[in-house]
Design a binder for this molecule. Structure first.
Ligand code: FES
Ligand SMILES: [Fe+2]
Length: 383
């Protein structure tokens, strides 16, 4: 993002604030409750969105150095991510091609070869099958080239490792980002590393959790004991970039920022940005760090959320003061998100009760309507 855009985005929000106005869409919309509860629909969303579209699978720092690997589940897909000697990243299904055992049990490490715990078939970190135990006698004529690990599309861009579960080819991430590539360069995530992370399953549909990051209508109310007082009441703007949404939520210091000469104003100092990267990741961008929130569906009413705080890679976390700073930062975000997700669970049980046939999005909740329209478009395109 260039500085002119930063100044324009700040001025837009400051103008709304001065006029005591909101960032409004044209109409109130209503969406059927069944979209959040129906198992058949959930299966179609899993296939069309989570098993097909490119997605952030890891931060580059999680796979640092030659022969690093990590394993992780991605919406039901067991992933093995590796970095080879030459530094290239690969993504495979973590499944032995003999009889389907989970090949690698460790969460992460440094290894060039992986040996299956069942009958010791062995693969290298580029996915090739290099060893078949007693293969000459037991598997004569087997084509080893056909039995390499199942490869998923994978590439590294802007400090993240992206997978494309729907294909074996490396995804074009700048194309996928729909005009957000310049923002991703501006974010500088390649200069960060994960300092804290946690995972928890929440009893809510993935869309409810995602929607919580798309409006500021609830901030002063649901977050009154945490971050609410630091933000403007019900004031935020958003833009669509392909399937993705960039939301901007001005902090209480917006006025102080606008009092500075235009060339000194900073969007990251005066606002929180949320990049909702469809469908599974949201990046909460603050002045000097980023929180990565990944919501992966497990069932219509269950979602696994991973939250990671990324701090500057050169921050000395061995220094007690610095360590305390990042721990406090992580804890306040975790508490705030827990407020959102607990409400998400309450919504899910409310929807299951049959009290409402529809959910209603007001004119300042337009980003939620846009997001759900994108979900519908993707499902329609997949059939
Ligand atoms: S299942 Fe892996 S070697 Fe048999
Ligand atoms: Fe919230």
């Amino acid at each position: 993002m260039d500085h002119t855009t930063e100044i324009e985005l700040l001025a837009e929000l400051a103008g709304l604030r001065t006029a005591r106005a909101f960032y409004l869409d044209d109409a109130v919309t209503a969406w059927p409750v069944a979209r959040y509860t129906c198992p058949d629909r959930f299966g179609r969303e899993m296939q069309a969105l989570f098993r097909t579209l490119p997605a952030v699978a890891a931060h580059s720092s999680e796979l640092a150095g030659p022969d690093a690997f990590l394993t992780r589940d991605h919406a039901g897909l067991p992933l093995l991510l590796t970095r080879d000697r030459a530094g290239a990243v690969h993504a495979f299904l973590n499944v032995c091609r003999h009889r389907g055992t989970r090949l690698v049990g460790a969460a992460k490490g440094c290894r060039r070869r992986f040996t299956c715990p069942y009958h010791a078939w062995t693969y290298d970190n580029r996915g090739a099958l290099t060893g078949v135990t007693h293969g000459k006698a037991g598997f004569p004529g087997i084509d080893r080239a056909e039995l390499g690990l199942r490869r998923l599309g994978c590439t590294e861009a802007h400090g993240w490792i992206w997978i494309a579960p729907g294909t074996g080819a490396a995804p074009d991430i700048d194309g996928f980002l729909g005009g957000l590539a310049a923002d991703f360069a501006w974010l500088g995530a390649d200069g960060l590393r994960i300092v804290h992370e946690e995972r928890r399953e929440w009893a809510a549909n993935w869309k409810i959790l995602y929607e919580g990051g798309l409006e500021s209508y609830h901030f002063r109310i649901a977050h009154k004991d945490t971050i609410g007082p630091f933000f403007q009441d019900n004031l935020s703007s958003y833009r669509l970039f392909g399937r993705h949404i960039r939301s901007i939520l001005p902090r209480a210091r917006l006025d102080a920022e606008m009092a500075l000469p235009a060339e000194s104003r900073s969007l990251r100092r005066a606002t929180n940005l949320v990049y909702s990267i469809f469908p599974s990741s949201q990046l909460l961008v603050q002045e000097d760090h980023i929180v990565w929130i990944q919501a992966l569906p497990a069932a219509p009413d269950r979602t696994l959320v991973r939250m990671a705080t990324l701090a500057p890679a050169d921050a000395d976390t061995g220094d007690p003061e610095t360590a305390r700073h990042w721990r406090k930062n992580h804890e306040i975000t975790a508490r705030t998100l827990a407020e959102d997700f607990a409400i998400g669970e309450s919504i899910q049980s409310g929807l299951a009760s049959g009290a409402n046939a529809d959910l209603h999005f007001g004119r300042f909740e337009g980003a939620l309507d846009r997001f759900n329209r994108i979900v519908e478009e993707e499902l329609a395109a997949a059939t």
